[in-house]
Ligand binder design. Sequence first.
Ligand SMILES: C[S@@+](CC[C@H](N)C(=O)[O-])C[C@H]1O[C@@H](n2cnc3c(N)ncnc32)[C@H](O)[C@@H]1O
Length: 195
Amino acid sequence: MASRSSNRERNRWTIDLLNIRPSDRVLEIGFGPGLAIEWLSERIVSGHVVGIDHSGVMVRQAIERNATAVKQGKVELIAGSVSALPRFEEPFDRIFSVNAVQFWSNPVDVFSNLRSLLKPDGIVATSYQPRHSGAKDQHTRAMGERIAGQLYKAGFLHIKQEFLQIRPVSVVCVIASTKQGIKTSVLSTSLPSTP
Ligand SMILES: C[S@@+](CC[C@H](N)C(=O)[O-])C[C@H]1O[C@@H](n2cnc3c(N)ncnc32)[C@H](O)[C@@H]1O
């Protein structure tokens, strides 16, 4: 999973969209092999990175990949489900996931919980690239709309969709916040044109 170029591209792009500051506290849901965690920990200086993933195999791989940052205490990787998140001592500036939302049984509840873990000016970013056989840009667009609707139901007011056109199929990142002034808009129409 870690070596596939589309995985690397969508993770790198999502981190770029998060506009990470060195002091940020960041939470990733479903980190898989821990690629995004690795790149994030290079940008975080005084902040903290927490990841949660329900697969023991993925947790082990990600800890191996991020051994130094875990040892330093900069990165904390937890085995657990997004449906039963642990208590966190402090709120987060950024919460994100990449190709994990499709596995959540109740995304509106999840987004609602994540909202409660955010600082008032924090943002949630949810990226998705369809990887099933026959996946097309229309599946990306449909999922972008679905995620935006779920975020809206979960109480987010400022919601924007960004697209990355890569092979074999485009990626959507839906960025949401509750506070105005962050460059987002309600159910943005910045969609690529329908073929
Ligand atoms: C397709 S992988 C994506 C991994 C990584 N984000 C990437 O883009 O390379 C989905 C990941 O989400 C995790 N996951 C799926 N459902 C989850 C849940 N309910 N709670 C926590 N992690 C979950 C899986 O274990 C897996 O590591």
